[in-house]
Design a protein around this ligand. Sequence first.
Ligand SMILES: [Zn+2]
Length: 448
Amino acid sequence: MPSNILNEVLFVDIDGVVNPAMLHAHVMLLIKFKALEQSDEHIDTRYLLRAQERYVLWLNLLGSQKYDQGTELIPPIGAVYITLFIDVCYIWHSHLLSPLRYYEDLHRIYDPQQKFPDFPLKQLYDVWESNGDHTDPPSEKVWVEETKQPWILDPNDSSDFKIICPWCKSSVQIPWVNYVKLMQTVETDESCPKCYAPYSIETLSAKRFVDDISAWNKDKTRLIGGTLINRKNGTYSEEFATRSFQSLFTTSSINELTNFDQYNWEHIVKQLNFQIKNSEEKIVQRVLSAYIGIPLAFSIDLISAVRRQRKFTDKVVNNKWVDCVGAQENATVRYLKFLSLTKEKPSIPLVPTFDIDLCWHTHQIHASLYRAFTKKHAGRIINHDDTLPEKELSVGFEATVQAWNKIYNEPYVQSQSKHPKEYEVNEECGEQCQQCQSECGPEACYCD
Ligand SMILES: [Zn+2]
């Protein structure tokens, strides 16, 4: 849309999901997420680890069902789909905010033909509004029967964690205190009681990597994390992955780790460095980043992702301005301008302001719409990376201010802002002027 038209509209409705009503629903969701935070750090980690396990069970449940895109999910899963439990939403939401990784993960781990639903923000909001709570008896019945898990995750649940030992395949119970520790520590005293494999975030993530490499060597459809997304345009390509690995890892000595001491990243990276050519360094880095310190099948650490999002959530729940209709209307227009800018200035790592970021997140959690929209209007699927260091954010923000002023002939932030990332707004909502700044990074540049 040309910028002069955008200057004349009050608000825009993008894909039916980025509009003032949906921004309000998203704020409500974040307020519910805020209430899940546990004050004790260990209890909090325990809660998130359990929520993450339940998210995997939830994906498995969805992944086991076949349904056509465009039709409602078949019951009884349809009911579960609509009133998803809040702890599962919590993890899913953060996974969605890494849109390229999320897409790759689901396609790599599950049947690539499987269609996963977008985050049901509107349905959830309607349930909260009508029930005042997060209940749905038919969904609860299916969930409990299929997963043997309670419907509501109890933050005080102090039962053991259970894992399948990745070496000997025994079922192992680990007291929660030890499990929380091993999931955060490179070295622990924890080990398998049957085969004595040492357990830590280091060994478990290294084992996953080695297992994935050997699975790929046996069956070339078992693709390796970090290889499937073309970082230039965000598209998914199995052909790209297969080509990347034709020579790499095939005869690698990492296939032949003979003792437990070798399951550490220093050893693995050293083995890799013997054989990679300079041209392969980037792809190897990308693969490593999808495995190091991540014991689960995903390519990002979802616990850290949830914790990063909390900074953004804190600003939302402590900021009445963002839930003001006038600010939300304005935000939708500014978000569309922001997306247009990514097309006009593809080489600039654009950094959003707080209001734009809320729109951006709202769009991203509707993953299929987001992918289609950015591909069509920006020419590529725009990534969102909230792990960039502060310095890169500041440089990106300054560049965004310049580009915005030039293209739209209006300030990106109010000139009174003392800090470039502050965005002061005086809307007609009667609220005091708020200063907000973005935590989210610009789209990361992974250009080869
Ligand atoms: Zn074992």
